[in-house]
Write a protein that binds this ligand. Structure first.
Ligand code: X5A
Ligand code: ZN
Length: 657
């Protein structure tokens, strides 16, 4: 059993013989003072820590722990990872003098609110994790849980963000390493299982081999908060810290116990064995928990208990848990209780939800192992086929009228219901979709050999959003997820071009973006107009899957929508409509060639364009989230400033046809 011999002496009054471990439990009501300035609702609310504390007391486990009150961090400790300016800002933020400016300061930060209690709570949160970590490192306690807020892992050296003011766990890690050499802590493993990437912690130890940072989080190609590439698996650290930063970026929500445990068994645990930490700090957000309003994942209290149990085998069980996110009060209370029971070495609790990891989970795990095996030899072996064959199919058959595209309105209800049914069906049971569709595979093999450029002028100009059509998923702002292509390989090339066509917006609403028009381009050329397009080099098979999804059709089709004959025709004639579809984007237009490969886009038919022109079908400006995504695509494409992109979209949305 993982127990530190030197600390088995006194035991906090607990005497039923079940636990010999001294478990610290830190709570301080003063951390509830950090709240929204005018009492507005916010997911990161004071009740989060209250409910955890009350639940642990009601269950009788708090009484079996060594209970600690909070203590405030010293500026010197905070400055181990934060700049002086940042520390001073947080320190002064709650003073009377700042009363007026406080809201303005908060509004300039990313996902931050501030009030008169914020400074004290932030100092307490950081100081409390330091205090608990110190006691565990000294051996006065075996392990513990600091029920703190505000959370910390998004906070960067010079910036508060993502509900975080100070990076509590990073301060504690740096304190042990740099200020307490006497405690002999030379290697720290930080495990961050909050559903969001621990961007702040990653940066603070980026070049530091004494800290192995492991974060598992929703990433979805950079579209999940905190958006960007920082949480990708290719971010492994730098200089002496190279290989000591491990990201497991989920491609989709809905990950649950099997997905997390697979990441544990095939990445974290083997690496932890090799690294052999002296202590483990756990950024324990519970927003990957089932029921969380922000996370969209499904980890159960059982799942958390097993993940924690597996970590207890290291560092003689010296684990310091610090609360990060987690926004469903019931979920975080139950998850916390399950974890504290593990710290106390109670009998494991029972139960789990689904049987196997998602297909995409194995893909991510394999990619991580491959990227990191040079540093951690235990990751070098290929996972066996037998293992990765145990999977819950990623829901590729959902019929989803995602994107700008929509089928006619009256079919939406049915399509939505069908997709929901499919999701549930696939998750509970296996093998239902395993039979190989021979008709569907044969056309796919043929069309996979041909490349085309798909030219996008709508939200697909934003790469993470387009990738949803290839790899599946739901980018920021989208109300619905995409199933992706059967062939999930990324585009072979991306370029920007401007074409002499008219961009406009029409129809009432879309399922993916809400109320507002979708983008179309006049199928006919007009040299006085300009549509800026992002062109992606994909296979004709993938192009068909994009078409299916744009038109609200099932990708699991026996026939392509657009085969080689259709390509011939469109290349010769300039455009051709898809007879099999009555979706909005059932007209494929050839815009020319690039590298001798045809450039194809999809828009409405000429007759529909006439209806827009006559007013029979309404023109309508785009929904806000949709317009923002277009602007984002144009700006991130590197060719336009935000102002230019905005005025281009505004202009297209307001000019008559
Ligand atoms: C600590 C944490 C989440 C921030 C989400 C902002 N932060 N949209 O979970
Ligand atoms: Zn979080």
């Amino acid at each position: 059993m993982a127990m530190s011999g030197e600390s088995s002496g006194k035991n906090c009054g607990y005497s039923d013989g079940k636990s010999q471990r001294k478990v610290g439990l830190l709570y301080d009501e003063k951390m509830c003072k950090h709240d929204t300035p005018d009492g507005e609702d916010h997911p990161e609310c004071p009740d989060r820590i209250r409910i955890i504390w009350e639940t642990l007391q009601l269950a009788g486990v708090a009484q079996r722990c060594v209970v600690l009150g909070g203590s405030k961090a010293e500026d010197k400790q905070l400055q181990l990872v934060h700049t002086k300016d940042h520390v001073n800002l947080v320190k002064s933020i709650s003073t009377k003098k700042k009363d007026i400016r406080r809201n303005k300061i908060a509004s300039q930060l990313n996902s931050i609110y501030l009030n008169g209690g914020s400074s004290e709570a932030a100092y307490l949160a950081a100081g409390s994790v330091v205090e608990l970590a110190e006691k565990v490192a000294e051996g006065e306690l075996d392990c513990g849980f600091a029920i703190v807020r505000p959370p910390g892992h998004h906070a960067e050296a010079d910036e508060a963000m993502g509900f975080c003011l100070f990076n509590n766990v990073a301060v504690a890690a740096s304190y042990l390493l740099n200020e307490r050499p006497d405690l002999g802590v030379k290697k720290i493993l930080i495990v961050d299982w909050d559903v969001h990437h621990g961007n702040g912690t990653q940066k603070m130890f980026w070049k530091d081999p004494r800290v192995l940072f492991f974060s598992v989080h929703r990433h979805e190609y950079g579209s999940f908060y905190p958006a960007g590439d920082d949480g990708y698996y290719n971010m492994v650290g730098e200089g002496p810290g190279e290989g000591f930063n491990i990201n497991v970026p989920w491609e989709q929500g809905r990950c649950g116990d099997p997905d997390y445990l697979a990441a544990w068994d095939h990445i974290l645990i083997p690496v932890a064995k090799e690294f052999n930490p002296d202590i483990i700090l756990l950024s324990a957000g519970f927003d990957a928990a089932i029921g969380d309003p922000l996370g969209g994942c499904r980890v159960t209290p059982y799942g958390y208990s097993i993940m924690l149990k597996k970590l207890m085998e290291f560092a003689q069980g010296k684990i310091v848990m610090a609360l990060e996110g987690g926004y469903n009060l019931d979920s975080i209370a139950k998850s916390s209780l399950a974890c504290v029971k593990v710290l106390l070495e109670d009998e494991p609790i029972q139960g789990s939800s689904k049987a196997y990891p998602f297909e995409s989970t194995w893909r991510v795990i394999q990619a991580v192992r491959k990227r990191l095996c040079a540093y951690w030899p235990s990751l070098a072996d290929e996972l066996s086929w037998k293992l990765i064959d145990q999977k819950t199919p990623t829901p590729i058959i959902i019929v989803s009228s995602s994107s700008d595209s929509e089928t006619e309105d009256d079919t939406h209800g049915i399509v939505d219901q069908m997709s929901k049914l499919n999701i549930e069906k696939q998750e509970g049971t296996l093998n239902e979709n395993d039979q190989v569709d021979t008709a569907s595979t044969s056309w796919r093999a043929d069309l996979a050999k041909v490349d085309v450029w798909y030219a996008s002028y709508g939200s697909n100009m934003w790469k993470p959003r387009f990738l949803c059509y290839i790899q599946g998923g739901q980018a920021e702002g989208m109300k619905k997820a995409c199933v992706g292509s059967m062939d999930k390989s990324p585009p072979k090339g991306i370029m920007w071009e401007t074409f002499p066509h008219r961009l406009f917006f029409g129809r009432e609403s879309t399922a993916t973006w809400g109320v507002g028009g979708a983008a179309f381009t006049n199928p006919l050329t007009n040299i006085n107009d300009q549509t800026h397009m992002c062109i992606y080099r994909i296979t004709l098979e993938q192009f068909n899957d994009v078409l299916f999804q744009e038109n609200g059709l099932n990708v699991d089709s026996d026939f392509p929508l657009f085969d080689l004959a259709a390509l011939q025709l469109v290349e010769n004639k300039g455009s051709g409509s898809l007879e099999a579809s009555n979706g909005w984007y059932n007209n494929v237009v050839c815009l020319g060639k690039e590298l001798n490969i045809p450039i194809l886009t999809m828009t409405c038919t000429l007759s529909t364009f006439e209806k827009f022109k006559s007013g029979e079908i309404p023109l309508r400006p785009p929904a806000k989230a949709y317009a923002d995504t277009l602007v984002r695509g144009l700006v991130e494409g590197g060719r336009f400033s935000e102002e230019e992109a905005e005025s281009y979209i505004d202009n297209a949305a307001s000019k008559p046809l």
